[in-house]
Design a protein around this ligand. Structure first.
Ligand code: SF4
Length: 362
């Protein structure tokens, strides 16, 4: 893995804009299909009442915002929303819960069932539930989760201006647990929180020097919300979003760069430059957790104008195979040469292994 120094990333970020976009587009075309876009749906499965103090977030219990708080959403509602999202063209669902960390118990068991249910719809599944342990990450992976999201938010230096209830090291520890639990890492940040360009670059340095680099990096522009400490921040210029996307693409060539919160402040032309510069995913729907987002009709019109084609989740069970095979191996001492091709198996298979095999149609 070749990585860039902070100075090199800063030089990339500050290139003349046309050069930056051109270079990013070249990298993008080498590793990604430039006319494809992944449409994701974010479901807020537990909203508000969070004990943390992230300065940008209307879900923190200590800020006086007008969001509607909810306990964990019922399983059937989540699955129905995921099916609707699939019918509307999403191939990925991210479930977000406003928790400091994942606690063992009924709620976590319910989230595991939701992950299984959405994975069974042949959709990519991601969760963002706060800090998790390695064993919780492994259980999510076994349930069929593909990615776990935990954003670094900003640079290590600026982090304390944004959040005081947990540190940068806690964030990095969770990302490490996600990796060890055999999940893909989704981690990005937010621009427009009063940080400097050096802080934006510092965050990209932290992400790009993770080994391996995150498979998914969401880039958000702050949506200032009344009642939060960042309510008076100015909307970030679209040029800054484009620069950030392009720089992310160059320093993390293979990652999926997601143009996330803040799209309502970007016109179609600005979003087009983001896609040109390396973004290949957006979130659908009129709300992104609690903040406004362009609706599906507007996005459909934009895709039509730009000739972008939403990607479909692959219809095979390769992902599920990879995720569940470690469990099967534990149960049966099975050795695999490739998906569907067993070279050695303990004959005394447990009931659980039989069930999994049936599900994998093996
Ligand atoms: S960003 Fe997440 S952890 Fe921070 S206050 Fe909001 S819900 Fe809580």
């Amino acid at each position: 893995m070749s990585t860039y120094t902070k100075k090199e990333i800063l030089d990339i970020y500050n290139k003349p804009l046309m050069d930056l976009i051109f270079e990013a587009a070249q990298v993008h075309r080498e590793f990604h299909e430039p006319n494809k876009i992944q449409v994701s749906t974010l479901i807020s499965i537990k909203t508000g009442g969070c004990p943390e103090d992230c300065g940008y977030c209307p879900q923190a219990a200590r800020y006086h915002t007008d969001i509607e708080k909810n306990d964990l959403m019922p399983h059937n509602t989540v699955i129905a929303l995921a099916k609707k999202a699939k019918n509307n063209g999403s191939s990925r669902v991210c479930m977000g819960a406003a928790w400091r960390n994942v606690k063992e118990g009924e709620d976590f068991e319910n989230v595991l069932k939701m992950v299984e249910g959405i994975s069974d719809l042949d959709m990519e599944v991601c969760c963002t539930l706060g800090m998790i342990t390695e064993s919780q990450a492994a259980r999510l992976a076994e349930a069929g989760l593909h990615y776990y999201n935990h954003n670094l938010d900003t640079s290590e230096e600026y982090y304390k201006e944004v959040i005081s209830t947990r540190g940068y090291d806690d964030r990095l520890k969770t990302l490490d647990n996600v990796r060890k639990g055999k999940l893909k890492v989704c981690s990005g940040g937010i621009i427009g929180m009063g940080e400097s360009v050096e802080d934006r670059v510092g965050m990209l340095l932290s992400l790009s020097t993770l080994n391996p680099q995150p498979e998914s990096v969401p880039i958000n522009a702050l949506v200032p919300v009344e009642g939060t400490p960042m309510a008076e921040e100015h909307i970030v210029p679209s040029w800054d979003v484009i620069r950030m996307i392009a720089t992310t693409r160059i320093v993390m060539p293979k990652t999926t760069v997601r143009l996330s919160a803040g799209r309502t402040a970007l016109n179609t032309e600005a979003q087009a430059l983001c896609f040109m510069a390396g973004a290949s995913s957006i979130f659908a729907g009129e709300k992104l957790l609690t903040t406004p987002n362009p609706g599906e009709d507007k996005d459909a019109e934009m895709f039509e104008t730009l000739g972008l084609i939403p990607t479909e989740k692959k219809k095979d069970n390769t992902d599920k195979f990879k995720i569940r095979k470690s469990l099967l191996e534990k149960e049966e001492n099975v050795k695999w040469s490739r998906p569907g091709h067993v070279i050695e198996r303990n004959v005394e298979a447990t009931e659980k292994a039989k069930e999994i095999r049936k599900e994998l149609k093996y």
